[in-house]
Design a protein around this ligand. Structure first.
Ligand code: HPA
Length: 245
């Protein structure tokens, strides 16, 4: 697969099992990426890690420079990207702690720069986004999960909201009627930018809370953190099992 890019979301600002070789700040035509790219080895495979929210987790979902991040990874030679994200669970199977490799998305974000085509001398290409995620990476994730007995829900629709606030219960009911199974804030425009630039990209989502209205309990950061801590350990193991050739 060549160099594998791993984008870490909330709860995954570093890969503890990554043998770090060096870090590199990449200049991009779109401004600064979320941080320097971390070059390293994971289970013997060359990977480049990037913390989506910055290494100190200071960049909120609507302020992430998705274009710079995707451009930087591509420029560094990455062709395959696994994008980790924490999400809320909507479908009955998407309980806190569940891992999911979604196969579809619905974009509810607004106002985020969402294309590399900005006019000028390059003509726009309307990318086919019928199947938004890379089948090859999804299959690898699912096979790795099976190999290490770490269940991953195969498929599902990832709804991406603007945030940073969480949704209302009515918004979640609407998203559910639309067909959304999980909800997060960072899946777009990251996925379409990856498609535009030619990256094979797929998410690995960790459900960290029942989405709004799906539980009698209020959604607290304390409860989320607890699920996140344990869940991201499993994510690290899945990643290590996924990347070797
Ligand atoms: N909604 C949106 N994004 C999220 C959630 C949620 O419930 N949990 C984690 N990221």
């Amino acid at each position: 697969m060549g160099i594998v890019g791993i984008i870490g979301g909330s709860g995954l600002t570093q890969l503890k099992n990554l043998e770090i070789l060096w870090r590199r700040v990449v200049r991009t035509p779109y401004g600064e990426a979320s941080g320097p790219l971390t070059f390293g080895r994971l289970a013997g495979q060359e990977v480049i890690f990037l913390a989506r929210h910055g290494y100190g987790h200071t960049i909120p979902p609507h302020r992430v420079n998705y274009r710079a991040n995707i451009w930087a990874l591509h420029h560094a030679g990455v062709r395959h990207v696994i994008a980790v994200g924490a999400v809320g669970g909507i479908a009955a199977t998407m309980v806190p702690g569940a891992l999911c490799a979604p196969d579809q998305l619905i974009d509810y974000t607004s106002g985020r720069p969402n294309t590399f085509y900005e006019g000028g001398d390059s003509s726009v290409i309307h990318v086919d986004f019928s199947m938004p995620y890379c089948a090859q990476i999804r299959q690898r994730l699912l096979a790795a999960g099976e190999r290490i007995a770490q269940p991953i829900v195969a498929g599902g629709t990832y709804a991406i909201t603007q945030g940073p606030r969480l949704e209302t219960a009515a918004e979640i009911r609407r998203i559910e009627r639309d067909g959304g199974d999980i909800v997060g804030m960072t899946g777009m425009p990251e996925a379409v930018l990856a498609r535009e630039i030619g990256l094979c990209y797929a998410p690995l989502a960790l459900v960290v809370n029942p989405a709004a209205g799906k539980s009698a309990e209020p959604i607290t950061m304390a409860a989320i953190d607890q699920v996140m801590h344990e869940g991201m350990e499993r994510v690290r193991r899945v990643l290590a099992a996924t990347v070797p050739l």
